[in-house]
Write a protein that binds this ligand. Structure first.
Ligand code: H2B
Length: 102
């Protein structure tokens, strides 16, 4: 198995947050809420993001209500936020940008 990244310091997290617009730090996790045009767009985003997450072996905590998707990212193995969380957040940003937002 690939080496797992180590937990980032608070300072490093704050610096990296500047590269992922819309994402915030909430309860020690990277947090973002998307609102899509409708349920199909929201679930389509989740389906595409799930395949990316699986390919990274890095999985989100998320929930869906109608056209909204709430996401929390952290690295459970590291007990905090790592580069993997920012990598996944950036991939989600690019997938969400292809979908119709509300
Ligand atoms: N996802 C996330 N978000 N954090 C992890 O620490 C993690 C994961 N660990 N997916 C992976 C799976 C680990 O459990 C397996 C064994 O590689």
């Amino acid at each position: 198995m690939a080496d797992r990244p180590t937990k980032l310091s608070d300072v490093d997290v704050q610096a990296a947050l500047r590269d992922v617009s819309g994402w915030t730090l909430a309860s020690g996790k990277l947090h973002r809420e998307y609102a899509f045009a409708n349920f199909v767009e929201a679930f389509g985003f989740m389906a595409s993001a799930a395949l990316v997450a699986e390919s990274m072996n890095h999985h989100p905590e998320w929930s869906n209500v109608y056209r909204t998707v709430k996401i929390d990212l952290s690295t459970h193995d590291a007990g905090g936020i790592t580069k993997l969380d920012f990598d996944l957040a950036k991939k989600m940003e690019s997938l969400a940008a292809k979908r119709t937002a509300k």
